[in-house]
Design a protein around this ligand. Structure first.
Ligand code: NDP
Length: 271
């Protein structure tokens, strides 16, 4: 290996993170020796924990639940996606501090492109209005869908999120249990945390076009309930592993200037 990189992901919990495996594999593509640690830190512990990491030579970091909002306050500079989403998932060292980025939404777009799923002129349903939905909305609207509707258990959160992005494209928010137009949506992005408990977000097949595609941000066992529902209804369905690897690839590029190939890494994790 010709170069080395000292990285870490901070979160709580963080033990389950696949990021060390992903970035080690990216490193191999460019002969970079990646030392990528998992560091457990609460919201209160993050400032000290990340300062210690940097003092010990840390060159870049990822933030995961529940630290993406807290991370904003640690950054001297933010990219547009982080500002729009009010959340940071990638930190890059700059003189005297950190530059914060949000690669979650761009990572989803990278994976949709890999899968040949277009957004332009499509009618898109986002189920969920939490941090992940906020992260994907800006990049999604850049691709000019005909319409984006956000449905959420707590309607006020969906409406507030839609209002924040209204100047960027045709987006509206409503309650998850509100009646829909038949055959309305051609792409559904499942962005709730349901699935981890084995349950489904309550999408009605009648809301969808016959050839609608479902993209679930969840992966692994949390994706299984929706995968089974899609199989029952003969719907094309993808899990969020590609988005996870996609956001990681964009972070790796920010740290190294090199864009890794995500396909073999996704295959390796899925296999
Ligand atoms: P948040 O906690 O910010 O948001 C959770 C969302 O799920 C909210 O919309 C919430 O609705 C909804 N929800 C939770 N419980 C229920 C329920 N019982 N019934 C209906 N809706 C419910 O989480 P994130 O937005 O950060 O993450 C969402 C999911 O996306 C997670 O499973 C996460 O693992 C995954 N994710 C995947 C990524 C990837 O790279 N593939 C990246 C980021 C996230 P309400 O507002 O009403 O509480």
């Amino acid at each position: 290996m010709s170069a080395s990189l000292k990285l870490a992901v901070f979160g709580d919990p963080v033990e389950h993170s696949l990021s060390p495996r992903i970035h080690t594999q990216f490193g191999r593509q460019f002969e970079i020796d990646v030392d990528y640690r998992k560091i457990r830190a609460s919201i209160a512990q993050l400032p000290d924990s990340i300062a210690r990491f940097r003092a010990a030579g840390g060159q870049g970091a990822n933030l995961t639940v529940p630290l993406k909002q807290t991370g904003l306050r640690l950054c001297m500079k933010l990219d547009q996606a982080a500002r729009q989403a009010s959340a940071v998932n990638t930190l890059v060292t700059i003189d005297g501090g950190w530059h914060g980025f949000n690669t979650d939404g761009p990572g989803l777009m990278l994976d949709l492109s890999r899968l040949g799923i277009g957004v332009r002129n499509e009618r898109v349903l986002i189920v969920g209005a939490g941090g992940a939905a906020a992260g994907i909305l800006g990049p999604l609207l850049l691709d000019e869908p005909q319409q984006v509707r956000i449905l959420n258990r707590t309607a006020a959160r969906a409406i507030e999120l839609a209002e924040r992005f209204q100047h960027r494209g045709p987006v509206e928010g409503a309650a998850l249990n509100q009646a829909r137009v038949e055959g309305e949506f051609s792409l559904v992005i499942q962005a709730t945390s349901l699935g981890h408990d084995g349950s489904l977000p309550g999408i009605d097949r009648n809301w969808l076009t016959p050839d609608a595609v479902i993209y679930d941000l969840n992966y692994g066992p949390a994706h299984q309930p929706l995968a089974s529902w899609c199989a029952q209804h003969a719907l094309r369905c993808h899990d969020g592993l590609g988005m996870l690897v996609g956001q990681a690839a964009l972070a790796f590029e920010l740290w190294t200037g090199q864009r890794p190939d995500i396909a073999p890494v996704i295959e390796g994790l899925a296999g």
